[in-house]
Design a protein around this ligand. Structure first.
Ligand code: UDP
Ligand code: MG
Length: 138
């Protein structure tokens, strides 16, 4: 599949890194196909990260993700899901490779600047979570 979902998280948006991250992704070969800015509600964040509901970091993650505006984007490139995961780097920026978005812009394992879908099925679900069909991919 050629599409995936990225979210510039509230730490990066508040820190003024959103433009640099979008430029980074465009330079890496992604086309931005849909984009919005919103502050997620608690219900939205809990639903988006439902798979992690039993993890010890879940409540803190939801609080962080609702703490300010974030920027979800549908991105297009060949092999988009794997390509975005390479470009964003490991969850913990201290472990992320040189030159990745998280290494460059993330503060901590939780406040790690960007989300990237981890499978084609999740990319479809996550793109649909933020964008209606008519906004997409014309
Ligand atoms: N997270 C956290 N502590 C952890 C693991 C994850 O706060 O020990 C947060 C972090 O913001 C991460 C998100 O929960 O991006 C989702 O975790 P996941 O394991 O799916 O990492 P990702 O796919 O984002 O690299
Ligand atoms: Mg994940």
């Amino acid at each position: 599949m050629n599409h995936t979902l990225a979210i510039i998280k509230p730490d990066a948006t508040a820190g003024g890194a959103a433009g640099k991250i979008i430029a980074h992704l465009e330079s890496a070969g992604f086309r931005v196909r849909a984009l919005r800015m919103l502050t997620m509600t608690t219900a939205q964040a809990r639903s988006f990260y439902y798979v992690h509901r039993e993890r010890p970091f879940f409540a803190s993650l939801v609080a962080f993700m609702t703490s300010g505006p974030c920027i979800p984007m549908a991105l297009e490139a060949p092999d988009a899901v794997a390509k975005l995961r390479r470009e964003i780097g490991a969850t913990d920026p201290a472990a992320a490779a040189e030159g990745t978005v998280r290494r460059l812009y993330a503060e901590s394992k939780e406040r790690n600047a960007i989300h990237g879908s981890d499978s084609d099925d999740n990319a479809r679900r996550e793109i649909g979570f933020f964008f209606a069909g008519e906004e997409l991919l014309r």
